[in-house]
Write a protein that binds this ligand. Sequence first.
Ligand SMILES: CC(C)(COP(=O)(O)OP(=O)(O)OC[C@H]1O[C@@H](n2cnc3c(N)ncnc32)[C@H](O)[C@@H]1OP(=O)(O)O)[C@@H](O)C(=O)NCCC(=O)NCCS
Length: 211
Amino acid sequence: MSIIIRRATPADIEAIGRLVIDVWRETYRGILSDYVLATQTVPVGERSIRYVGLDSDGSGRAALVAERGGTIVGFAAGGPATDGSLGTEAEIAPPYVARRLQFRGIGGRLMGALAHALIASGHKSAGLWIPRDNVAAVAFARALGGTVAGTRSTCAGETMLEEVAVIWPDLAELTVWHAEPAALSRGARGSGLAAPDIVAADALTRCRMDG
Ligand SMILES: CC(C)(COP(=O)(O)OP(=O)(O)OC[C@H]1O[C@@H](n2cnc3c(N)ncnc32)[C@H](O)[C@@H]1OP(=O)(O)O)[C@@H](O)C(=O)NCCC(=O)NCCS
């Protein structure tokens, strides 16, 4: 079944919220406390979906989804940096891919497509903060050419989190992960194009570190 990467629309918000919460809980079990995992659903969802539907308002934001058979299976978003902590023009929200479809190239293509969209909005550099204990995510971001540019400590409930800044000083280098910028032109739901390389990736079997 093909995977389409397209701009998110407000109609996708509920599905994105569900995806983000489910994958976030799976990913951070053992890293964050059970209490935080059970109660911090709204902030996590908000942080990730605040960009949805805002790509056409001149704010320089972009939100993309990966869709498979009408189901949202991946999400990536970014926009102008909200503070100077990353030292980049744009800030990327943590991307999420449905667990059963991880390690098949969807996350990389979402990030590449997001880079195209952010560049189109005038951003030249971008980065994101990733909890250091999310080893797989740090490895993913570095595999995509990101550079570790700093660390910080934040508080998630009663858990102190060490976070790593991964940045792309030249966003153009991230675009190589998705070769179909035309698929991301602003448009209605379903206007995205199926990327043949993603379809092919469905058949790949890879051995990776468990995320
Ligand atoms: C992190 C995440 C978005 C990656 O998406 P994905 O679809 O699984 O990743 P891809 O298959 O597109 O991988 C792209 C590249 O990253 C690298 N990569 C991905 N996962 C990796 C891992 N666990 N360890 C090392 N490298 C990894 C690969 O080298 C791959 O490059 P390749 O095609 O040359 O082999 C996804 O696994 C996810 O949703 N994880 C849980 C949520 C999360 O942690 N989000 C925060 C991310 S910053």
